[in-house]
Design a protein. Structure first.
Length: 155
């Protein structure tokens, strides 16, 4: 469904999620989990649309009782004033007519329905020691994208 939009995007998929890898089991109905992935990757595609070198990374981070699936992009990041409202129904940062503001609210509800969670944050800028102070304002102002962390219980 998203493949046509991904043709010019570097897409790194966790080896654990590749077609030939051993299955990873979480407590979530497969179609509802697919809905969450379509939303998170679709939003990441929207975020990187204006990037010179668009990149999306999906990583799997196993924990003792849970699995964290991280969807990361190198887009402009999430505006600070939008972060607290991001999972509210009908809240959107997109242009009028580009979205209803339901995707993240539904995805968050799906995660909660199965004992999990969905969180969003901007990626931290790495510190670059290119000056006597250990970095410049330009370094601090650079966007490093956003990441969404879907946490689900192991099955």
């Amino acid at each position: 469904m998203l493949r046509p939009r991904m043709k010019n995007v570097a897409f790194d998929l966790a080896p654990e999620l590749a077609d030939d890898a051993a299955p990873v089991f979480v407590r979530c109905e497969d179609l509802r989990l697919e809905q969450v992935f379509i939303n998170l990757i679709g939003n990441a595609l929207d975020a990187v649309a204006s990037c010179d070198r668009p990149r999306i990374v999906v990583e799997l981070e196993p924990r003792a009782d849970t699995i964290e699936i991280v969807v990361r992009d190198n887009g402009p990041g999430i505006p600070a004033d939008a972060l607290p409202r991001l999972f509210e129904p009908f809240f959107t940062t997109k242009e009028m007519g580009q979205g209803l503001g339901l995707g993240l609210a539904i995805s968050s509800a799906i995660a909660r329905d199965y004992g999990g969670s969905l969180a969003a944050r901007n990626r931290e800028a790495p510190i670059v020691a290119d000056g006597p102070e250990g970095g410049t304002q330009h370094d601090a102002d650079q966007s490093h994208g956003a990441e969404f962390v879907l946490t689900l219980r192991r099955a």
